[in-house]
Design a protein around this ligand. Sequence first.
Ligand code: ADP
Length: 363
Amino acid sequence: MSDAIVELRHVYKNYGDVTVLKDINITLEEGKFYTLLGPSGSGKTTILRAIAGFLNVSAGDIMIAGKRVNDLPANQRDVNTVFQDYALFPHMNVFENVAYGLRIRKVDKNSIENRVLDALKMVRLDNLAYREISELSGGQQQRVAIARAIVLEPKVLLLDEPLSALDAKLRKDMQYELRDLQQRLGITFLFVTHDQEEALALSDEIFIMNDSVVQQSGTPVDIYDEPINHFVADFIGESNIVDGRMVEDYRVKFNGKVFECSDAGMKPDEHVEVVLRPEDLDIVPQEKGKVTVSIDTQLFRGDFYEIVAYDDGQNEWLIHSTNPAPEDGTMVGLYFDPEDIHVMRFGESEEDFDARLESYEGE
Ligand code: ADP
């Protein structure tokens, strides 16, 4: 096998007749930062708990370092979890919180001292080793929780929405720190979040969950550029999604016109959805545009203008521009390049999508 450290193969989890994980297939390689991203209730935490060994799956295999661990108790799996609420011991100081797992494992005293101080250095808390937990800020408590998990030198660190309790500014800072920490440690992180910006910023690879299923996996750029379905296009970034028909390879019809595009492999005249990202649309004079719209509203968002316009079929178009739009009610054109058009097939699975992409990229 390659350097896969965790594998989920055809994993299902049912509670009574409710299926909360459906045919989950995930491979995590050594030393990479992975994110499970999806709305609340999509199954992210259940995957984490299944890997950690806090719940039994209903079917499928969970492999860690090439061994099936379905029947192995949590404390014998080579993974560690950082929980959302940190779960620190309030009556112990920082050092003792981090040392706890090593004491349980009967590691000798000198090694404990060295390893705890090393772990605290990693999270930049070595100067606060003897502070009480109650005297720490939220961000510092977060770091203690991480130190406590990494001191055991797991091959995989599981992080369950670890930044959700922090305010926006601190959260941003911690994102940089987490990414940096993962690179310095060189171990695999599996991070759970419902925040798409966080996932895009941190991850080598993202698994997008919805309705108990992995909808799409890939690098942040791949997923952003080539969402495979309506859910992913809508969930990752902002999108204009319009109905269309694939006339033939590389030609798609929407808004009553045929446009060149870079997608292929659909059936002739297949009903499709077309995604155009707001930042890929340029406002131009009406005669130079590919679609004609009327400006409805615009808001200044600090680093761009968010402009809403309508075409004559009353479809809404969202445009992000560094320049303000002409005044409300003005008819303008929207210009976009063929490669800005992303065509999605209805109900296409990830495997079918990958196969189709390969079939025409290889041409
Ligand atoms: P997420 O982490 O994406 O918010 P979860 O993995 O926590 O989602 O939950 C997925 C689904 O499983 C939810 O609909 C949740 O209600 C359900 N669920 C989780 N734990 C249990 C349980 N012990 N019994 C029944 N349903 C559960």
